[in-house]
Ligand binder design. Structure first.
Ligand code: 5GP
Ligand code: MG
Length: 182
């Protein structure tokens, strides 16, 4: 299946290229969900925490393929403002309500760039005593080394500004069903 960008979705913007087509994303997300399914059991009380807003589509596709009982919660951290460059500042706007203590927690992130967001957030979650804390990132730019690195990564991302499948440019283009560079 080829992905043909719909001009109506782009609102006058032009894309550089489609980097990951719908079908490629679907297959990769299925594989990640299989690995997560195999890594845990029902006794782990899996809690999947999505970092909003960027992970919302990835998270929705991922959890529907995980064949285990689980709960979903969200965390809102803003790190970018309106621009395309990381400001290094992370604000927590919503904290998960779900209990983390004693549960296997998987944090779902759209893309790892400077690592600032995760370096700030993972220690906060670790302090709540989860049984385990792992990270599943759809995309990783490998600009920096994280400690720990995500256990699951969808794609090694090019050093380009990506949009679509949850990723925005100034809050737009999140709804593109593929991932493209601007
Ligand atoms: P970090 O804190 O690792 O620098 O950045 C993580 C966040 O920055 C991601 O969750 C995402 O919201 C945003 N980000 C990083 N790279 C890109 C990109 O190429 N495109 C978009 N749309 N957002 C990005
Ligand atoms: Mg984000």
């Amino acid at each position: 299946m080829t992905t043909v960008p719909s001009p109506a979705q782009l609102g006058g913007r032009s894309l550089e290229r489609v980097v990951y087509a719908e079908e490629e994303i679907r297959r990769r997300v299925e594989a990640l969900a299989r690995e997560i399914t195999e890594a845990y059991g029902p006794e782990d009380e899996l809690l999947v925490v999505g970092l909003l807003k960027g992970s919302f589509i990835f998270l929705a596709d991922l959890v529907r393929r995980i064949e285990l009982p689980l709960k979903v919660d969200f965390l809102v951290a803003a790190s970018y403002g309106a621009g395309m460059v990381s400001s290094g500042e992370v604000r927590l706007l919503y904290d998960p309500e779900a209990r983390l203590t004693g549960r296997a927690v998987v944090v779902v992130e759209d893309i790892v760039d400077s690592g600032t967001t995760l370096n700030r957030i993972l220690p906060l979650l670790a302090a709540r005593g989860p049984k385990s804390l792992e990270l599943c990132a759809l995309l990783h730019k490998r600009r920096v080394r994280l400690d720990p690195e995500p256990r699951w990564v969808g794609f090694e991302a090019p050093a380009e500004f990506l949009v679509g499948y949850g990723l925005d440019h100034r809050e737009e283009l999140r709804h593109l069903p593929y991932i493209a560079s601007l």
